[in-house]
Design a protein around this ligand. Structure first.
Ligand code: GN1
Ligand code: MG
Length: 344
């Protein structure tokens, strides 16, 4: 449902909404590009987004995290554009409508695109460098400056337990149809254990990480291909950099999108560009242990994503948006196919 006029007015005052277009490819929130005319007659564009408060149960905490990070980046020599929330006319960062939906507004970065469809090696390098610069700049902000907005988000043992519960409970009776996929997930247990061990023994530093570094969350210039901004800061939380590298590999290196059918191939040149760009961006901020385990991070995150899609399929599609009944299963199969192609 398009944002109603009172939602537009809550952020921009008495402007005239000219157009509202759904935008982006998010699986959780609803995002719109709003075009409006100011009382002085100027045409402006902005992003309006409904925050899914079933997934983000503490919308205020999400916005506090975003504000803390935006402030820090403004005070640091961070070279990219910053996703500073646009306040409501009352000075808050969220507007709650009569249906108890939470809305927020962000700047729209004109003349940019997210390299979501078969990014080239050049695009992958540029995007990975941008994510690396983002993480490097966050390294000087104390971890306690951000709150955990989705508890246990990338916690390997928690994800594993949620998967096992979904298989055992089998609430919609789908387990029988996906025995092969369940077996394939079980074969990945050692990867989850290895990551849990690295985290629990303190071998990986706990940092503020982005936690959703997919190809759709970085904007490049339409004019010269240079990175303009890292977006979607909702999952900024303490974690490990391995998951951020993993999500890049997961979404840039394959020869097809995560929603597509069919066997997936890895594009080795793109994989190499990702690693080079990321190291260029993060520089010496990356510890030797982190660098050593980057590829394990990729294996883990692809396996985790396969597990998450399959868990949601078994739970009756209650988390991710789906466009048809088997959508989560198609996504899980896509990730399992990708996993089989990852270099060890
Ligand atoms: C969700 O909504 P979106 O597309 O930003 C999910 C990510 C997954 C991604 C898979 C809060 O992100 O963790 O990697 O889908 N976000 C949340 O496409 O669960
Ligand atoms: Mg996201």
């Amino acid at each position: 449902m398009l944002p109603e006029p009172h939602i537009v007015h809550a952020f921009f005052g008495q402007v005239e909404a000219l157009q509202e277009q759904p935008c982006g490819s998010g699986n959780i929130n609803d995002t719109y590009l709003l075009t409006f005319r100011t009382p002085a007659g100027q045409k402006r564009q902005s992003i309006l987004q409904r925050l899914n408060h079933r997934v983000f149960a503490r919308p205020d905490a999400v916005m506090r995290n975003i504000q803390s990070v935006a402030k820090h980046l403004q005070e640091t020599d961070y070279p990219l554009d910053i996703l500073t929330p646009i306040p409501t006319t009352e000075g808050g960062t969220l507007y709650q409508d009569a249906r108890h939906q939470y809305w927020r507004a962000f700047p729209y970065f004109a003349h940019t695109y997210a390299p979501e469809r078969l990014p080239t090696s050049e695009e992958a390098w540029e995007a990975a460098r941008a994510y690396g610069l983002f993480l490097k700049a966050l390294a000087s902000l104390p971890v306690a400056a951000v709150e955990e907005t989705i508890p246990h988000f990338h916690e390997p043992r928690y994800r594993w337990a949620a998967f096992e519960a979904a298989v055992t409970q089998d609430v919609v009776g789908r387990a029988v149809r996906v025995k092969a996929e369940i077996t394939q997930i079980y074969e990945q247990r050692a990867t989850f254990e290895a990551i849990a061990h690295l985290i629990e023994t303190g071998q990986l530093p706990v940092r503020i990480v982005h936690n959703d570094t997919k190809a759709g969350n970085v904007l490049l210039s339409r004019h010269n291909g240079k990175a303009i901004a890292v977006i979607d800061w909702d999952t900024l939380m303490p974690g490990t950099v391995l998951s951020d590298f993993g999500d890049m590999v997961r979404t840039f290196a394959p020869d097809r999108y995560e929603d597509d059918f069919g066997e997936v191939e890895i594009r080795p040149m793109v994989l190499q560009a990702l690693e080079e760009g990321f190291l260029e961006g993060m520089g010496s901020t990356l510890s030797p242990a982190e660098q050593q385990h980057l590829h394990l991070g990729a294996r883990w995150i692809v396996a985790e994503q396969a597990l998450r899609f399959l868990t949601d399929y078994l739970n009756g599609d209650i988390y991710y948006k789906i466009r048809y009944p088997e959508h989560n299963l198609v996504r899980a199969r896509n990730q399992l196919s990708l996993l089989a192609r990852l270099p060890l």
